[in-house]
Design a protein around this ligand. Structure first.
Ligand code: VGL
Ligand code: ZN
Length: 201
């Protein structure tokens, strides 16, 4: 069994003071750094949006952040501008250990958002991560990071669907929790046989 730790979006904009701050988002950094030595591979994702990305509420005349709109690929939450390519907010948290093998950027296509590390929000445009993991014979994934109910959950659900053995370590995750999104994400992950480790924070 080859095991990877996948660290999701531990970036300045998702931490307190950031543009899309996840409550206590910075609290994941210490536990994640402490976990890294226990895996054969450590991969990180980085939310990475061009200016004017279609998931930004600022792009619509009469929309506010956290409104939900219909995109050609389905429902999409509109967010405050965040993780803009090359901005400070898109950088990893400055205390995060970057001794990893791979940084995977996602969300860089203007017309489509990408929560999952595996597929964009149309659930069919691949990021290439599955091929990377297959070629390295990695079949056991532990996911941690931000946010539990969006990018962590979408990644975990896709990974389970692709046949990986998937664990989400809740002690090293924090949630946005928008209109029940956390409960829904936890239920969907349980139904998909994603192992939920540790107590919810
Ligand atoms: C995320 C909303 C928008 C996340 C990224 O990392 O969970 N959420 N972009
Ligand atoms: Zn984003």
């Amino acid at each position: 069994m080859t095991k990877a730790l996948i660290v999701i979006d531990v970036q300045v904009d998702f931490c307190p003071g950031g543009a899309l701050a996840v409550p206590d988002g910075d609290q994941v950094v210490a536990p994640i750094n402490a976990m890294m030595g226990k895996y054969d591979a450590v991969l990180m994702t980085q939310d990475w949006h061009p200016d004017g990305h279609s998931s930004f509420a600022s792009q619509y005349a009469d929309a506010s952040p956290y409104d939900v709109v219909q995109m050609p690929y389905g429902a999409q939450v509109l967010w405050p501008d965040h993780c803009v390519i090359n901005s400070v907010g898109a950088q990893f948290h400055s205390d995060l250990d970057l001794t990893g093998d791979l940084i995977l950027r996602k969300g860089y296509r203007p017309a489509i958002d990408s929560y999952s590390a595996f597929f964009e929000n149309d659930h069919s445009t691949a990021t290439g991560l599955h091929g990377y993991l297959q070629e390295r014979r990695i079949n056991d994934l532990t996911l941690v990071g931000l946010a539990t109910d969006f990018c962590v959950a979408y990644s975990a659900l896709d990974a389970a669907r692709l046949g990986y053995d998937v664990t989400v370590d809740l002690t090293a995750c924090r949630a946005i929790n928008l209109n029940g999104s956390l409960d829904e994400a936890l239920t969907r992950m349980q139904e998909a046989n994603v192992r939920l480790d540790g107590a919810l924070r």
